[in-house]
Design a protein around this ligand. Structure first.
Ligand SMILES: Nc1ncnc2c1ncn2[C@@H]1O[C@H](COP(=O)(O)OP(=O)(O)O)[C@@H](O)[C@H]1O
Ligand SMILES: [Mg+2]
Length: 383
């Protein structure tokens, strides 16, 4: 398990990394319980939510909980976000195994499993994190290496839980049906259970619910929502109080509504306020921090603008000004923001969704569109 030291240096309880410890982690009690229960019951899980809602944090939290319950269960976290090929996947996976193996003898028995290939191991000078480099004779050798990774876990003779974070990434690997391949190796495993996690909702859902997909109906789907407002509000108050700081109810209300309770943005604003304010935080102070944050991020927003056509930028602004749009092709919306035609609106919406600048969320009342980055949304609505 990764430990992160920033907290003790900065003394800021509002952390901006996925997970530090239970006391700095807000709520997610029910979700943690569900994940733990399913995994310990032998099921595989698919965890889906928009980016930065807290999937990775929840995974760490749940794995920690599981280890607390049963020391004999081994857990493995693999982030495959940076992978573009099956080779990357194998390397990241094997690095994670090696990170978990403390003893030299365990590492050499792991090498033994990998058969013919000879990984070269080096340790990062600062973090000490092991890095592997592996060379292969041919394509076939990659497949057998992948197969032996899973075989190794299965033969540990204990329950192993593997989290594959940013799982959708495997759809981008060229010249290979990674889903089918993984499914072949994963299906027969008895002792190894998986969490597949990802933020591209459409892709993730199709991987696990399309009858034609290799992983069809092989897991339990969990959609992670925003943290409950009451829970987040008391968490914010408690964290300030732990450091003998006070924060007014109005300030907390402002924070949760301004950040729309999107986890990462709520944490960022709280982190900012915590640094700036000494003993007591008023509504004005919270608002001041919020506008400072926008100011500090402006360069990044202008870069977004440079990547867009002026029509796209204006459309994004329109969505931001509305906050949430349910009928982007309606006459009223098109007229108000001079979008032209429903077809224009549809095209702009699609292109901005593809760029992950617009988020679509399913609600009881239908689909709602909003600007993905909450700070950008607040910036745009003021233009
Ligand atoms: N339960 C939580 N309590 C406090 N902060 C959280 C919580 N969940 C997530 N965060 C914060 O939100 C950020 C994004 O969470 P992360 O788990 O990385 O999201 P995701 O994996 O869904 O993209 C984290 O860096 C962390 O700062
Ligand atoms: Mg994540």
């Amino acid at each position: 398990m990764r430990t992160i030291k920033e907290h003790s240096i900065m003394e800021n309880p509002f952390v901006l990394v996925p997970y530090v410890s239970k006391d700095l982690f807000c709520d997610r009690k029910r979700e943690t319980e569900t994940v733990v229960e399913y995994l310990m019951g032998g099921a595989n899980i698919t965890l889906i939510s928009p980016r930065r809602y807290g999937k990775t944090g929840l995974i760490y939290r749940a794995l920690e909980e599981i280890q607390g319950k049963d020391k004999n269960i081994r857990t493995l976290y693999v982030d495959i976000y940076s992978s573009n090929t099956i080779e990357d996947f194998i390397r990241l996976f094997a690095e994670s195994v090696v990170r978990n193996l403390k003893k030299k003898s365990a590492i050499s028995s792991f090498w033994g499993f990998l058969g013919g290939i000879r990984p070269v191991i080096s340790y990062d000078g600062i973090t000490g994190i092991p890095k592997l480099s592996i060379s292969y004779q041919d394509e076939e050798e990659k497949r057998t290496t992948l197969a032996s990774l899973f075989k190794y876990l299965e033969e540990l003779k204990c329950t192993v839980i593997v989290a594959l974070d940013e799982f959708q990434q495997i759809r981008n690997y060229p010249d290979i049906n990674m889903e089918a391949l993984l499914r072949t190796y994963i299906q027969p495993l008895k002792n190894v259970h998986f969490i597949f996690s990802g933020s591209k909702k459409h892709m993730m859902t199709s991987m696990f619910t399309d009858a034609k997909s290799p992983f069809y109906e092989s897991t339990r789907l969990l959609f992670l929502d925003k943290i409950d407002k009451v829970a987040y509000s008391s968490f914010i108050r408690e964290q300030f109080e732990r450091f003998n700081k006070r924060i007014s109810d109005e300030a907390i209300d402002f924070i949760t509504s301004w950040t729309k309770l999107h986890t990462f943005y709520t944490q960022s604003l709280c982190n900012h306020i915590f640094i700036k304010e000494d003993f007591s935080v008023s509504l004005e102070a919270a608002k001041k921090s919020a506008s400072q944050l926008l100011y500090e991020n402006e360069q990044q927003f202008l870069e977004v603008r440079n990547l867009l056509t002026s029509n796209q930028w204006e459309f994004l602004k329109a969505i931001a000004k509305e906050g949430e749009v349910r009928q982007p092709t309606s006459g009223a919306f098109i007229l108000k923001y001079r979008i032209g035609t429903p077809a224009n609106s549809r095209r702009l919406l699609q292109s901005l969704q593809d760029k992950e600048l617009i988020l679509s969320t399913s609600t009881k009342e239908g689909i709602a569109y909003s600007v993905y980055n909450v700070f950008l949304s607040r910036y745009l609505e003021n233009l």
